[in-house]
Design a protein around this ligand. Structure first.
Ligand code: AMP
Ligand code: FE
Ligand code: FE
Ligand code: ZN
Length: 285
């Protein structure tokens, strides 16, 4: 059984439609995928309606959160949520709040880049995002269109990385609250790429312990941004804290280089996730 529990579609910052994503999963020989678009469940209905026979699809989300640092700037973290009730009012309100915050933040980033002489504009970015919650990959595509970067990755390195003058923070919520919201909605929370240092500062092990105490279920250990030492370390932490270990590609279509199915999750871990959820069920034959 081949299982990839973290992928993105055009409903956030991936480049495949939900139908194309499922076709890519089948072509790659996968048996199970989760769709985890940033701060939205907009792709869920297309998954359920268009699912190819034999492919199991786990509906999920990747929630934008922060982890506060006493006396310092909060660290941005991503929280995967699986199989929650998308109608749970408080969790639904938080996703809406995050999507609205993304829009104001992206407009501010466009304004800063225009002020720096970069020939992009908000209408162009809006067209690229096509109704999805706006993220930096959409800004990157606008910069590629404008000829200011050859690739999305180059646009990140030159203009969009955390610490660039054009970078603006989003109004992300506290990660502990995120864990509680996902659990309250019957879902299963797993911390995404906890040691992806390339993206900025990462949380300490004591934060992982606090999150475990608040109801976190697992850590995404096998991820393209983790080196072998990171993975070994996280497996040790997960063992100590009684957390599940997942593995996933974080596939974004052509916005990133990693192919779907590049990393995988153990079938027993998937079984545990399915067993823990009370919010909704996986789409399956
Ligand atoms: P945002 O949520 O708007 O701050 O944008 C973060 C998203 O940008 C993440 O989902 C990453 O997938 C993506 N991202 C970060 N760095 C890169 C990069 N170097 N190349 C492509 N995508 C990236
Ligand atoms: Fe993304
Ligand atoms: Fe992420
Ligand atoms: Zn992701």
């Amino acid at each position: 059984m081949r299982i990839d529990l973290h992928t993105h579609s055009v409903r956030s910052d991936g480049t495949d439609s939900p139908a194309q994503l499922m076709a890519a999963a089948v072509a790659a020989g996968l048996d199970v995928i989760a769709l985890t678009d940033h701060d939205t469940t907009a792709g869920w209905d297309e998954l359920e309606a268009g699912r190819p026979r034999g492919l199991t699809v786990v509906p999920g989300v990747e929630l934008s959160c922060t982890s506060p640092v006493p006396g310092g700037q909060a660290i941005g973290v991503h929280l995967l949520g699986y199989l929650f009730d998308r109608g749970h009012p408080a969790f639904r309100a938080e996703r809406l709040r995050l999507r609205e915050s993304r829009q104001g933040r992206a407009e501010e980033m466009v304004a800063r880049m225009r002020a720096a002489g970069l020939p992009i504009d908000w209408e162009q970015v809006r067209a690229i995002a096509a109704g999805a919650p706006v993220g930096r990959p959409h800004l990157a595509l606008a910069l590629v269109q404008a000829g200011r970067a050859a690739t999305v990755d180059e646009a990140f390195r030159r203009y969009l990385h955390h610490g660039s003058p054009s970078y603006v923070r989003k109004a992300d919520g506290d990660v502990t609250d995120g864990v509680r919201l996902i659990r309250a909605a019957g879902g299963v929370p797993v911390l995404a790429h906890p040691l992806a240092r390339r993206r900025g500062r990462v949380v300490h092990d004591n934060v992982l312990a606090d999150l475990a105490a608040a109801g976190l279920t697992g850590l995404e250990v096998d991820h393209p941004d983790h080196n072998p030492e990171d993975r070994q370390h996280l497996r040790g932490v997960a063992g100590e804290l009684g957390l599940l270990c997942t593995g996933s590609s974080d596939y974004h279509g052509t916005n990133k280089k990693t192919p779907i199915g590049a990393e995988g999750t153990d079938p027993a871990v998937l079984e545990a996730i399915l067993g823990l959820s009370t919010g909704t069920q996986a789409y399956a034959d």
